[in-house]
Design a protein around this ligand. Structure first.
Ligand SMILES: NC(=O)C1=CN([C@@H]2O[C@H](COP(=O)(O)OP(=O)(O)OC[C@H]3O[C@@H](n4cnc5c(N)ncnc54)[C@H](O)[C@@H]3O)[C@@H](O)[C@H]2O)C=CC1
Ligand SMILES: O=C(O)C1=N[C@H](C(=O)O)C[C@H](O)C1
Length: 271
């Protein structure tokens, strides 16, 4: 039996699913042991490598998440909120590390992860890249250094198939800015301006979402005051950065105490 952690990938046919399968297969510190798609998906029953248009990888895509997760030491999950809640219960039962990249979860859905985190390690982040996680720390510092004379705006841009807004990353950056300012994001968040909105409220943190073409993911944190502006920016041009972060999280989670963690824990960036 191999000591190399086995990884199951959910949402195998998705943009991130396919990227993850390629990255897991190319990484000799992990091995692919499972690939899950939703019931009725045309990939179910096919070898995942063949379904992706390449050589067979010896892993058949299944809609039976229990069967795919059972032999795995970690499940990497970039799917949709309801699906992720189901996978959390299965990973908890199996004691498998659950790396969650899925965004768009409501507060109530996030709270539903709590029971699973008593039985298994959950690493969840709206963005798994090193660059964005570093940017959250920079955002917190800059927000702490500046007063409310500086308006904070978060502008994100993504491809035209993205279904949630603001992005998970934008919300992470908003949380970081609010933390830096010593306020709760829920009290100052300004989303979806339209029509006669009135002047901007001092202290608010605003969000703008752009959707178009094949943009992988771009995030600006703007600090705008009278006479000067600072912009902190991250641009992702390759989804591999998210996949590599997720694999890092899957390896980091091995042997850790059950609980909920994020990428700052994985990357050692928590201050
Ligand atoms: N945290 C991070 O670093 C990143 C997070 N994301 C997030 O990951 C999620 C997926 O993004 P994409 O890959 O672009 O979306 P996508 O739509 O290309 O892929 C989602 C896949 O999940 C599958 N799926 C949905 N329900 C399922 C179920 N019950 N069982 C099995 N498979 C199921 C779909 O069939 C689809 O193949 C989104 O929430 C996105 O925001 C995306 C990139 C980076
Ligand atoms: O849906 C995407 O594509 C992405 N989603 C994540 C988010 O919501 O922030 C991360 C990345 O920006 C790509």
């Amino acid at each position: 039996m191999s000591n190399t952690p086995g990884i199951a990938i959910t949402g195998a046919s998705g943009r991130m699913g396919q990227m993850l399968i390629g990255q897991v297969f190319a990484n000799d510190r992990v091995r692919l042991v499972g690939a899950v798609e939703r019931t009725g998906h045309p990939w179910v029953g096919q070898d995942v490598g063949v379904a992706m248009g390449g050589a067979a990888l010896g892993v058949i895509v299944t809609d039976d998440a229990h069967a795919a997760i059972a032999p795995a030491q970690a499940v990497i999950d970039f799917t949709a909120p309801e699906a992720t809640l189901g996978f959390a219960a299965i990973a908890a039962q199996a004691g498998t590390v659950h790396v969650i990249g899925t965004t768009g979860m409501t507060d109530a859905q996030i709270a539903q992860l709590e029971p699973a985190s008593h039985q298994a390690v959950i690493v969840r982040a709206g963005n798994m890249s090193l660059g964005v996680n570093l940017l959250t720390q920079l955002t917190k510092r800059v927000a702490a250094a500046l007063d409310e004379d500086f308006d904070i705006e978060i502008i994100e841009a993504h491809h035209n198939q993205k279904v949630d807004a603001p992005s998970g990353t934008a919300l992470m950056l908003g949380e970081a800015a609010a933390e830096g300012r010593g306020v709760a994001l829920a009290d100052v968040s300004d989303r979806g301006r339209d029509g006669i909105t009135g002047a901007r409220k001092r202290g608010d943190i605003g969000f703008t979402a752009i959707r178009g073409g094949d943009i992988v993911g771009e995030h600006d944190v703007l600090f705008a005051a009278a006479g000067e502006r600072i912009t902190l920016r991250h641009v992702a041009s390759d989804r591999a950065v998210f996949a590599r972060g997720a694999i890092k999280a899957a390896l980091w989670g091995q042997g850790k105490t059950p609980g909920q963690y994020d990428m700052l824990d994985v990357l050692g960036l928590n201050d």
